[in-house]
Design a protein around this ligand. Structure first.
Ligand SMILES: O=C(O)c1ccc[n+]([C@@H]2O[C@H](COP(=O)([O-])O)[C@@H](O)[C@H]2O)c1
Ligand SMILES: Cc1cc2nc[nH]c2cc1C
Length: 355
């Protein structure tokens, strides 16, 4: 609890002076004011994070938290539980969606076993297992309060280490069969929105399975009665180790003043938990895309963030992060390299006075 508490205390707002300075420079560039839209917001937010108008990304990393969910025994996913272990094992082999896109964006990945129901012999998978999956939240709390805190602190530690290694742009991803169910439950509790309009088909469900998933989410909330004002209570009762770990990543990134990208529905649930634990942590978040999962739009509303892209993606894994990395780096190129109106005038001094 000490690491979580100290992290929450150390999170500070953006450097407003640097934001203002960046906006001033952007307004002076050779373009109509505001015409580069969201790219300008990204560039000025980056200035607020680092305290510098000019920024350059040196090393990028996507943290993939992998965990199993006990609620899968209720038939909430199209996939059997062992798929989580297979996906986790393949996440270090360069063939998964996130791996390919991450390589394309010249990013690294960090694969963390925070609670998969299997053991791995691949040393590239970081073993931070809290337990072999959570308990079935339909029958009681998914995990203990201590486990939730330990998982959040694991995420903070992973980020602390990556920052020490020189990573200056982070992404968040996950692998975990059943985690769209836990994410929907978390969002419903934290937002007071009826879970029926949040629950989606996740990795794919028949209509009958979908109706069952809605029942399971609603009943799990009824059974556990999570306290919406106590985020740790919500995570421990209806969350997962992956969401808790990613929540820690968002808090750790904010503490270290490092930008961190949100991927899809599950990653957004973790971001929302971090935001509720310390609202300032949101200043360090960049939402990559709007997941096709129906609850994703409510996640963004609750966070009051606007995703950069809408590609109808619903893969998870962190697959939206490399795309956002490219956009963030493009925004930095603009503020670093575009000329001002003054530069444009100097370049044109061969013209006779046409004013
Ligand atoms: O992040 C998303 O937007 C997203 C939407 C649908 C599915 N997923 C991925 O699919 C898995 C969860 O789906 P499900 O149906 O088992 O809850 C998990 O491994 C996620 O990475 C991810
Ligand atoms: C079934 C399946 C679920 C996934 N969740 C994230 N990536 C995935 C890839 C597959 C193949």
């Amino acid at each position: 609890m000490e690491l979580l508490n100290s992290t929450l205390k150390q999170i500070e707002p953006l450097y407003e002076d640097s934001v203002k300075e960046a906006v001033k420079r952007l307004d002076n560039l050779a373009k109509p004011i505001g015409s580069l839209g969201y790219l300008e917001d990204i560039a000025s937010k980056m200035a607020g994070i680092t305290g510098k108008v000019h920024n350059e990304i040196k090393k990028k990393n996507i943290i993939i938290m992998c965990a199993d969910n006990g609620v899968v025994e209720e038939g909430v996913s199209a996939c059997p539980q062992y798929i989580t272990a297979i996906l986790t094992n393949n996440a270090t082999k360069g063939i998964m969606g996130v791996s390919v896109l991450s390589n394309f964006a010249k990013s690294d990945t960090t694969v963390v076993d925070i609670g998969v129901k299997a053991d791995f012999n691949d040393l590239k998978i970081i073993n931070k297992k809290i337990d072999y999956g959570t308990n079935n939240m339909l029958k009681g709390p998914a995990m203990t309060r201590e486990q939730a805190i330990k998982a959040i602190e694991t995420g903070i530690e992973i980020v602390d280490n990556l920052v020490k290694e020189g990573y200056d742009l982070l992404g968040t991803g996950e692998l975990g069969i059943g985690n769209t169910t836990t994410s929907a439950a978390i969002l419903s509790v934290l937002s007071d929105i009826d879970s029926d309009i949040i629950v989606g088909k996740g990795a794919g469900l028949t209509l009958e399975q979908y109706e069952n998933k809605k029942r399971v989410v609603k009943k799990s909330i009824e059974v556990n009665k999570p306290d919406k004002d106590d985020v740790i209570d919500v995570i421990s009762k209806v969350g997962g180790f992956d969401i808790a770990g990613l929540c820690g990543c968002f808090l750790g990134a904010a503490k270290n003043r490092v930008p961190i990208v949100i991927d899809g529905f599950i990653s957004s649930a973790a971001a929302l938990c971090a935001y509720k634990l310390n609202p300032i942590s949101r200043d360090y978040m960049f939402p990559s895309h709007l997941s096709a999962e129906p609850g994703a739009v409510y996640m963004m509303k609750e966070l009051n963030l606007e995703p950069m892209l809408n590609l109808k993606m619903r893969l998870g894994e962190g697959s939206g992060c490399p795309l956002a990395f490219n956009i963030i780096e493009a925004a930095l190129e603009i503020i670093n390299k575009m000329g001002t109106f003054e530069d444009a005038m100097i370049n044109s001094d061969f013209l006779v006075d046409i004013r």
